[in-house]
Design a protein around this ligand. Structure first.
Ligand code: GLU
Length: 316
């Protein structure tokens, strides 16, 4: 394992507080983005909420604003479930089932489902990924997913039943995707069973602080810097971080890589998780989204932190 690069705690704290102070005002719905409403419960989010957290690999957690306010993880669950799929199924078999190419299309795009899904960060690939996690039933698979995400976070994560019900009752689009994939044989589990596992993984509650710990674990070659527990292997984190870098921020992934230069994953509840390999993990929560579905203040905060702390992965 490479030794983590030390980052001065004072510098991180200052950068975090500056970013939070500077971006706090971007909270006017309509002007600074909109919350997702296609899952009705998410539309009720308080647009002022803004939590920021950084965990360095020596186990120090720095937090600002609403970093302890819980929200549903949504698509930020995808890289962590993908990590579990890779660990369970092995790298080659997982690559046979789910591609790793950026799609340039929307996260819930319906594409000809005769081949494997484009990548595990879009809904089609994520539904297949969670269906491939080892387990005899949907309940067992979800139990293993919840345990794995909890280990990444270093504490037990629980479900938000209200958001779960809300998504379940309005999920025609994801249902269509899953049934198409089932019909073509891409999805080997019954569609409704696979969807239920996927909806539940998306409805796990996390905080910005949790996301910082989870991404710090990816940045630390799979060892949680808070608990010291080894969650996945360095081979797995290398693949997960690569896919986050190329596919993690919807159809903004190319520009994001150029601007922030960090593997990241965003979600429709306003979460954004970014990793600086060998250095730190970042978690943000801010529910107002841009037209591509990325948290407006999430992108801006990560970009600022990356520049200020010199985190761009392409910069020596
Ligand atoms: N549960 C959400 C869905 O599948 C997650 C989407 C996202 O965060 O990108 O629609």
């Amino acid at each position: 394992m490479t030794s983590p690069q030390r980052i001065c705690a004072g510098l991180v704290k200052e950068a975090l507080e500056d970013a939070h102070r500077g971006l706090r005002g971007l909270a006017v719905p309509g002007r600074h983005g909109r919350p997702a409403t296609y899952i009705p419960e998410l539309g009720r989010a308080d647009p002022r909420r803004f939590g920021l957290a950084v965990m360095t690999l020596d186990g120090n957690l720095h937090q600002a604003g609403d970093a302890l306010v819980p929200f549903t993880i949504q698509s930020v669950s995808k890289p962590f479930v993908y990590a579990l799929t890779l660990a369970d199924l092995g790298v080659e078999e997982t690559l046979n089932r789910i591609g790793v190419e950026p799609t340039g299309a929307a996260f819930n795009a319906v594409r000809p489902q005769s081949a494997r899904p484009g990548n595990p960060m879009v809904n089609a690939g994520a539904i297949v990924a969670s269906s491939l996690v080892a387990g005899a039933s949907g309940d067992e698979r979800f139990g293993r997913i919840a345990a794995c995400l909890s280990a990444f976070a270093g504490r037990d994560l629980v479900l938000d039943e209200q958001v779960l019900r809300s998504e379940r009752s309005t999920a025609d689009h994801n249902r269509a995707l899953a049934h198409l994939m089932r019909a073509s044989g891409v999805l080997e589990r019954p569609a409704e069973e696979a969807l239920e596992v996927y909806f539940r993984q998306c409805s796990l509650l996390v905080t910005a602080g949790d996301l910082a710990v989870m991404t710090a674990t990816l940045a630390n070659e799979g060892i949680n810097p808070l608990t010291g527990q080894k969650i996945v292997s360095p081979e797995v984190t290398e693949i997960v971080l690569s896919v986050m870098a190329t596919c993690g921020t919807y159809d903004y992934a190319g520009e994001w890589m150029l601007r922030a230069g960090l593997p990241a994953k965003s979600g429709v509840s306003g979460g954004l998780a970014a990793a600086a390999p060998g250095r730190l993990g970042i978690g943000v929560f801010s529910p107002l989204l841009d037209e591509r579905g990325n948290s407006v203040r999430g992108l801006a905060a990560c970009e600022q932190l990356s520049r200020r702390l010199g985190l761009h992965v392409m910069r020596p």
